[in-house]
Ligand binder design. Structure first.
Ligand code: S3P
Length: 200
């Protein structure tokens, strides 16, 4: 669905009404496509898009690899939590988070309060193919990326699985996946409204 035909269906208007001030928060592993798909969804919905990794880099005035190198992962995680908490205060917008962000309990609670979470699920093969295109991920620098990603899938997928909306990311056009996110989001928001309306 392109932006124009989406408007004709009235879906974005409906979604925006139901979202209110909540942001759409993309979670999922490195290489799942959170930035590419998130940007596209934001465009269709007419919302601002923001990438938490970029905001962290702007706040720290250094790249994520340099942050890890100079201050360590714990400092990065602390900054990540604070940046996402700040971003959630200026919804509605579409926020793509770094792969580890949703592992923080405070962040999960803040997202539940001020957002609707979208997990871009993906299999190992898809993730590996995507992360091999860039060398900007400290967690994948010093070891076998397949092994690291598999371990992160085992650790993180049970948490991501609690997201409000789950869509399978795969080797398909970003427009296709973005449409699926919008459909799943519309279904999720409609369900919530029905529950409220029915008084249960
Ligand atoms: C990380 C994912 C990265 C970035 C950092 C750590 C992770 O973001 O935040 O390198 O712990 O999975 P992307 O998921 O956008 O690559």
């Amino acid at each position: 669905m392109d932006a124009e035909s989406a408007n004709k269906t009235g879906k974005p208007t409906d979604i925006l009404d139901r979202l209110g001030k909540r942001s759409l928060v993309f979670v999922g592993l490195m290489g799942a496509g959170k930035t590419a798909i998130g940007r596209r969804v934001a465009q269709v919905l007419g919302l601002q898009f923001v990438d938490s990794d970029h905001e962290i880099e702007a706040a720290a005035r250094m790249s994520i690899p340099d942050l890890f190198e100079s201050y360590g992962e714990a400092e990065f995680r602390s900054l990540e939590r604070r940046v996402i908490s700040r971003l959630l205060k200026s919804g509605p917008q579409v926020i793509a988070t770094g792969g580890g962000a949703y592992m923080n309990e405070q962040t999960r609670r803040a997202v539940a309060r001020n957002g609707v979470s979208v997990w871009l699920n993906a299999d190992l093969e898809t993730l590996l193919e995507r992360v091999s295109r860039r060398q900007n991920r400290p967690l994948l620098q010093n070891a076998d990326p397949a092994e690291v990603l598999q371990k992160l899938m085992d650790e993180r997928y049970p948490f991501y699985a609690n997201a409000d909306v789950v869509v399978m990311s795969r080797d398909a056009a970003r427009e296709t996946i973005a449409d699926e996110v919008i459909d799943a989001l519309a279904a999720h928001l409609a369900k919530r409204k029905f529950r409220r309306g029915s008084g249960s």
